[in-house]
Design a binder for this molecule. Structure first.
Ligand code: ZN
Length: 285
């Protein structure tokens, strides 16, 4: 038993990073490295510091071995702790059209507050102030390095730590009614994120990554990032002209066509190809 414990506590450098989560472990929030064991995603090591605080040096993070935990059995938390969550609206032509909006000439930006973050498996609450709450499945960028006004010929990809799934839950009636979207986009539980962050090199949103949303198992949105109106580098440059992006900050990249309302009891699933599936149920406040 003692021997096992010594093995468990041996620290190691993280040689390579593929995907990680954040989860409750012995009463504390920890970052867990997610690895495949017999075809099953499992947490075998915890990271001793936050990947988004490594300023791009993820390989230098220290890890500690633990008894394996199946990812699906872990109590997951949002995998990042962003200083801000920036969303790009109407970034797919067919989605802009379905709500009767023009295709924007420049990226349309808005914020979601960090208080709206919700863990994978967490319950989205339909607030009393709204009669229509919609799902919006999106690919989400996790920043890895501080980025402010990069040079026009500079490659912005090294600033990206990785990608995750995000559900940009929206009170559609309040979005129409309010001049600003603070309530429509910012209610508590309106920003489910996760379940994992995959390494930036693992998927290529420029080449095309599938984004699918299902409600109660039925496919409602099926898009691909190759149809972005503004590509990721354009989005990052545009945002970083105005404000500093810090490691851990999130950029929700817009939702494809097919948005629609949910009611209490519904199960929303956002799948980003190569990342995983973010599942959240719905209740009435
Ligand atoms: Zn959105």
């Amino acid at each position: 038993m003692l021997l096992l414990r010594v093995t468990e506590l041996r620290d190691a450098w993280l040689d390579s990073f593929m995907k990680y989560c954040r989860f409750q472990f012995n009463g504390e929030a920890q970052y867990g490295l997610v690895e495949s064991v017999a075809g099953r995603d499992s947490i075998l090591r915890i990271l001793l510091s936050a990947p988004e605080e490594s300023d791009g040096d993820v390989e230098g993070l220290r890890t500690r071995r633990i008894e394996p935990i199946a990812l699906e059995e872990a109590v997951l938390l949002p995998p990042v702790r962003p200083s801000k969550i920036i969303c790009v609206g109407r970034n797919y032509r067919d989605h802009a059209a379905e709500l009767g909006n023009e295709v924007p000439k420049e990226p349309l930006l808005f914020f979601k507050p960090s208080s709206s973050l919700l863990a994978p498996g967490g319950v989205v609450r339909r607030p009393k102030i709204s009669e229509r709450v919609d799902f919006e499945g999106e690919l989400c960028v996790v920043m890895g390095k501080t980025c402010y006004q990069p040079a026009s010929d500079e490659d912005v990809r090294p600033y990206i730590l990785g990608y995750t799934c995000l559900n940009d839950v929206t009170a559609r009636d309040l979005q129409k009614k309010d001049g600003q979207w603070v309530r429509a986009k910012g209610c508590d539980t309106f920003c489910p994120v996760g379940p994992v962050v995959v390494e930036a090199a693992d998927i290529d949103p420029w080449a095309g990554v599938g984004v699918e949303t299902r409600v109660n198992g039925e496919v409602r949105q099926s898009g691909n990032t190759r149809d972005f109106i503004f590509t990721l580098d354009v989005m990052i440059r545009y945002i970083a002209q105005a404000l500093t992006l810090f490691p851990g900050d999130l950029i929700a990249t817009g939702t494809p066509a097919g948005v629609g309302p949910v009611v209490a009891g519904d199960l929303m699933e956002v799948t980003v190809e190569g990342v995983g599936t973010l599942r959240n149920s719905v209740v009435d406040e």
